[in-house]
Design a protein around this ligand. Structure first.
Ligand code: ATP
Ligand code: FE
Length: 375
């Protein structure tokens, strides 16, 4: 089976063709980062306009690269939500038009479910991405979400923790901007730019000593809600704002800036590792079945430092055996291959949508409903 997937829930315009035997025939991602850098963030109207201009180009290219025509497709899938309402209308509207014109089934996909199930598409034994086994813990770390979930099946997710204020991705993006890190350093995403800036010599390189960073100690960023599962990133952001008031980014030496960026990222990831530990303890206390792995997905999962820190935390907890599964970095950030993939498996289950289906800007993952076949 072949499905065309479309995605435009945030700032990337994506189209991809995926087969049921897990081949990515094409995976087109058109970035809008230049537009958003000039606004210092995603502006809903400009993002929607850019999607409107780019979606036909992405579709044309995805079909051409895959070497297929509309007639070869078995269904058209698009992100239905959650995301920015106007942006969602572009991919879902395009999918509806294609489905209506070709008579193929339409499938409206839950974006976060697609992030969570990406490891089934990219599973490769003996790599950092083997196929997960249910039940597993899932961290969805992205621009709009910070979730710790218990995945019981492809469509059944229990939310163990979400953020009490802003998302980890938004927090990293703002820190990157406040420190004046150029987006270009991260191939278009401020979070990736912050990673390159804070860890220019890789995840395991030692931190700069205060002497190297010109006599100033690294900022201490307190862990919020130490005994609770909820995430919180507002506190470490205010700490950064206070620090930058005392030491403005423009006048800061490069070494000091690197030290501050690094402390910010380490604190963000230490919190993630602490919540995983707390979540595992909580589930055990409730007599839940032992989890069979930890899947990390969403844009922030592209971060190599995070991968390293989570692995060492699991080892420290006496769980070096527990699979820690990350999709390859380019499939952690938004893409349409993951949308086509969920589309395929819903198609196999007959879970298709009427052409009148509407986008859902807010759509909890606990209501994603779709079912999914074993791989
Ligand atoms: P959501 O999936 O919640 O709707 P989104 O689709 O906008 O949000 P994603 O593309 O899944 O988000 O993730 C984007 C986020 O990931 C941004 O905050 C971006 O800065 C961050 N990100 C991407 N690469 C990295 C990286 N290497 N390190 C840290 N953060 C990163
Ligand atoms: Fe996303």
């Amino acid at each position: 089976l072949l499905v065309l997937g479309l995605e435009s829930s945030a700032d990337d315009t994506c189209a991809a063709v995926v087969s049921s035997d897990r081949r990515l025939l094409s995976n087109v991602v058109l970035k809008q980062s230049a537009i958003h850098e000039s606004f210092g963030g995603i502006h809903p109207m400009h993002a929607q306009e850019a999607h409107q201009a780019n979606m036909p180009v992405a579709i044309e290219r995805a079909l051409a690269e895959a070497g297929v025509s509309l007639g070869d497709l078995d269904a058209v899938a698009a992100t239905r939500g959650p995301g920015m309402y106007g942006c969602l209308s572009v991919c879902l509207g395009a999918a509806k038009a294609l489905a209506a014109a070709t008579g193929k089934p339409l499938i409206g996909v839950h974006h976060m479910q697609a992030h969570a199930l990406t490891p089934f598409l990219t599973a490769a034994p003996m790599t950092s991405s083997p196929a997960p086994e249910f039940p597993f813990l899932t961290l969805l770390l992205s621009g709009g979400h910070t979730l710790l979930l218990l995945a019981r099946s492809p469509s059944s997710f229990r939310i163990l923790a979400s953020t009490a204020d802003e998302s980890i991705g938004a927090s990293l993006d703002k820190a990157s901007r406040d420190l004046g890190v150029p987006w270009a350093l991260g191939a278009g995403s401020p979070g990736a730019a912050l990673e390159r800036f804070a860890f220019p010599r890789g995840a395991t390189s030692p931190a700069l000593s205060p002497a190297e960073a010109h006599g100033t100690a690294p900022p201490t960023l307190a862990m919020p809600f130490a005994r609770e599962l909820a995430f919180s990133y507002a506190g470490q952001r205010s700490a950064l704002t206070r620090l930058l008031r005392a030491e403005p980014a423009e006048g800061m030496r490069a070494e000091r800036k690197e030290q501050v960026a690094r402390a910010f990222m380490e604190a963000a990831f230490e919190q993630v590792a602490a919540k995983v530990e707390l979540g595992m303890t909580r589930l055990r206390g409730e007599g839940e079945d032992e989890v069979k792995g930890l899947v990390v997905a969403g844009g922030v999962a592209a971060n190599l430092v995070l991968r390293e820190r989570l692995r060492s935390r699991l080892d420290m907890l006496g769980r070096p055996d527990l699979p820690l599964i990350f999709p390859p970095p380019h499939l952690c950030t938004d893409n349409a291959a993951m949308i086509a993939w969920v589309g395929l498996h819903r198609l196999e289950r007959g879970l298709v949508d009427p052409l009148t289906v509407m986008q859902r800007a807010k759509w909890p993952i606990t209501e994603c409903e779709a079912d999914f076949l074993d791989v």
